[in-house]
Write a protein that binds this ligand. Structure first.
Ligand code: IPE
Ligand code: IPE
Ligand code: MG
Length: 250
């Protein structure tokens, strides 16, 4: 069978002034996408993983500096052993396969979430990818694996309490500036725009603290069908939103 020539991607709309600097995506709908095709759920996860590179590479074109993607939640362990093991193996394969192209594109990769429950081989690959891309600045890609917003706040609070017990932190100093320093995302700006694919209008424990003032886009597209054009369109329409942060414009 002849391979279809890859057509040159169409140019995306230019970055809008006031466009989102940090976009977070809840990549949902892989299972339904596979079921619609009569295939096992893991087929959908593989198709979903393939979408990530295109979206990462669209970021500089649309002026997005930070992209954070939800790959596996603290609640996703409730799925069948087959699906969980398949996802873990997919993450290992993804990291091994994509390290080179991510590095060459200038992507700095970080992981958020609790690593303790992950297998040693995956943890090693995650550490190596973070290390290998540490000097890159073109796109900051953060991948959330075994991540839950409540779990993150609980872990942060534990470390904060330990610092108080050690006398390193005065309880009087604990405020909205101090607490986020203990979150997994402490080096990242808050997301400006959170996109969830697949038609579900909920946040499923994603970036609870950080998204307090984010704009949300819930779109029907299933994650394996999400394209750079759709991403570009969402970023462009964000630029037109009136973000008041509780104040009244005079
Ligand atoms: C999102 O797709 C990926 C993960 C949660 C790992 P789903 O697997 O949740 O797909 P649906 O929602 O069942 O279609
Ligand atoms: C959220 O999707 C988690 C990820 C995309 C990784 P889920 O499919 O797990 O969320 P629910 O179950 O619909 O809330
Ligand atoms: Mg889902």
């Amino acid at each position: 069978m002849m391979k279809r020539a890859k057509s040159k991607p169409e140019p995306l709309p230019a970055p809008t002034p006031g466009g989102p600097r940090h976009v977070a995506i809840i990549m949902d709908g892989n299972g339904r996408w596979a079921t619609q095709r009569g295939r096992p759920r893991l087929f959908g996860h593989h198709a979903g993983a393939k979408r990530v590179r295109e979206i990462v590479e669209a970021c500089p074109d649309v002026g997005v500096e930070y992209l954070t993607i939800f790959a596996f939640s603290t609640e996703n362990w409730k799925r069948t052993q087959v699906e969980v093991a398949g996802l873990m193996s997919l993450f290992r394969r993804y990291i091994t396969k994509e390290t080179r192209s991510l590095s060459e594109f200038g992507v700095r990769v970080r992981f958020i979430g609790d690593r303790v429950r992950l297998d040693d081989k995956l943890i090693k690959l995650m550490n190596e990818l973070e290390e290998a891309t540490t000097h890159n600045t073109r796109v900051h890609l953060t991948i959330a694996i075994n991540y839950g917003g409540r779990d993150e706040v609980a872990r942060a609070t534990k470390r904060l309490a330990q610092d108080v017990a050690k006398g390193v932190l005065d309880p009087e100093q604990v405020d909205e500036e101090t607490l986020p320093r203990y979150l997994d995302t402490y080096v990242l700006p808050d997301p400006d725009l959170v996109i969830r694919t697949s038609g579900e209008a909920r946040i499923s424990n994603f970036l609870l603290w950080q998204s307090a003032y984010a704009e949300y886009e819930f779109i029907d597209t299933l994650w394996p069908d999400f394209t750079r054009e759709e991403f570009g369109g969402l970023c462009a329409s964000y630029g037109g939103r009136d973000r008041r942060f509780g104040a009244v414009k005079t």
